[in-house]
Design a protein around this ligand. Structure first.
Ligand SMILES: *[C@@H]1O[C@H](CO)[C@@H](O)[C@H](O)[C@H]1NC(C)=O
Ligand SMILES: *[C@@H]1O[C@H](CO)[C@@H](O)[C@H](O)[C@H]1NC(C)=O
Ligand SMILES: *[C@@H]1O[C@H](CO)[C@@H](O)[C@H](O)[C@H]1NC(C)=O
Ligand SMILES: *[C@@H]1O[C@H](CO)[C@@H](O)[C@H](O)[C@H]1NC(C)=O
Length: 374
């Protein structure tokens, strides 16, 4: 009796310890094995709807053991962050809506505010490179230009600080059409693109009318995923978006996007049309036009000292053949001569002579060229 009772006790004791050990050991092993398989099972079961209830304990177990995952990730981070030192630039000081001073300053006044000659941040030629981080891309801001020196001064005073806050590695190019022939905005854009690339390996391009003044510094001028209209809400158009295909004012491209559509057409002399033609090219090159939200893509258009060239007489006819001409008329066919490249303190000036005899429907306008220095 006693022996059997003792034996029974022993059996119970053994059973007890086995159960206790099992209780301790099995969950431990379970968490380990689940940890090992957590990623494949999760992804495998993601598609099934009946599984999540069963796998949810796995999440809990997994979440309970962050010590191992945490200890591995920071060490990874430190090893990757260690040798590279500098991080990619992120804008830090953006304020959103910005005030614009529309009083026309003297150029010298603006130079003294911004130029590195006077302890400012803008280097000769209108260039800036952020320090303490690596800029994501190199950006060329290209302004097709003629006889708008008041606008240019307001523009430079306004835009340089914003581009610096956006932390772009950028340079402002002013591409001026020499002579007094009809203005050809699109050719100046093509020329700006080609000439900028001779100066540096820019990956992002913004083509910017000088009379458009940005009102929200969150409107990013960096490389867009797809060609982007930056000027969406303009006071001159009563803040309404003019029409679906509108692509005037301010547009952003990556280098590849602009090359793929062969730039702009060279045939639009005089005011208008080239932007609608560009829209057609963007679509034909397989892109969709993107836009920021209206409260971000906000601009005011300078009205004073505003001169608008005569409308190009053949623009409607040309628009009918946008996509047919696209690969023979553009970056690969623009004819021009650079008369002068000057690095002014706040911008790089490219004075270009266009070949007016190439105008299929010539029409001389009454504007005369700018002869005085800008
Ligand atoms: C606006 O610009 C004018 C001309 O440069 C300057 O005298 C004035 O102080 C500026 N106003 C503000 C508020 O910055
Ligand atoms: C030339 O300009 C005049 C006056 O603006 C206009 O009536 C005419 O249609 C234009 N011609 C061409 C060929 O563009
Ligand atoms: C255009 O410029 C030429 C010389 O560059 C000058 O002779 C001519 O008068 C100008 N025409 C107009 C309409 O300003
Ligand atoms: C520049 O444009 C203004 C109009 O804003 C005009 O009065 C002036 O004659 C033009 N000057 C030159 C040099 O083209």
């Amino acid at each position: 009796m006693i022996m059997s009772r003792r034996r029974l006790l022993l059996v119970w004791a053994i059973l007890f310890t086995v159960v206790v050990l099992a209780c301790i050991y099995l969950p431990y092993q379970a968490t380990n094995s689940k940890d090992r398989f957590v990623i494949p099972t999760q992804s495998k079961y993601n598609h099934h709807q009946d599984i999540p209830t069963r796998t949810s304990p796995t999440y809990e177990v997994h979440l309970k053991k962050p010590t191992t995952t945490q200890s591995t990730t920071p060490s990874k981070k430190t090893t990757t962050a260690g040798p590279t030192k500098l991080k990619l630039c992120e804008p830090e000081l953006l304020v959103g809506a910005v005030y614009c001073n529309k009083t026309v300053p003297q150029m010298q006044e603006v130079v003294e505010q911004l130029s590195s000659d006077y302890d400012g941040l803008v280097k000769k030629g209108g260039a800036f490179t952020p320090t303490g981080c690596i800029a994501k891309n190199k950006l060329a801001i290209i302004i097709p230009y003629r006889n708008r020196s008041q606008h240019l001064r307001i523009f430079l005073r306004h835009m340089h600080p914003i581009m610096q806050r956006q932390m772009h590695d950028y340079r402002i190019f002013v591409v001026e059409q020499a002579g007094n022939y009809s203005f050809n905005r699109a050719q100046l854009i093509n020329i700006g693109f080609l000439e900028a690339l001779k100066i540096s390996d820019y990956q992002c391009f913004v083509f910017h009318d000088v009379d458009h003044i940005l009102e929200n510094d969150q409107n990013d001028y960096g490389c867009p995923e797809s060609p982007k209209l930056l000027g969406v809400s303009v006071d001159r158009f009563n803040r309404r978006f003019p029409y679906q295909k509108y692509f005037g004012g301010v547009g952003a491209f990556s280098k590849d996007q602009f090359e793929k559509m062969n730039g702009y057409s060279n045939l639009f002399w005089g005011w208008g049309g080239e932007d609608d033609d560009a829209y057609n090219r963007i679509r034909a090159a397989g892109y969709s036009l993107t836009r920021p939200r209206a409260n971000i893509g906000r601009y005011m258009m300078l009205k004073e000292h505003h001169f608008r060239d005569k409308p190009g007489g053949n623009r409607y006819m040309l628009l009918k053949t946008s996509t047919k001409r696209m690969y023979t008329d553009g970056l690969n066919s623009v004819k021009y001569k650079v008369l002068k490249i000057t690095e002014f303190p706040l911008f790089t000036h490219i004075l270009a002579k266009l070949f007016e005899e190439l105008d299929v429907m010539p029409n001389i306008t009454s504007t005369s060229t700018i002869t005085a220095p800008i």
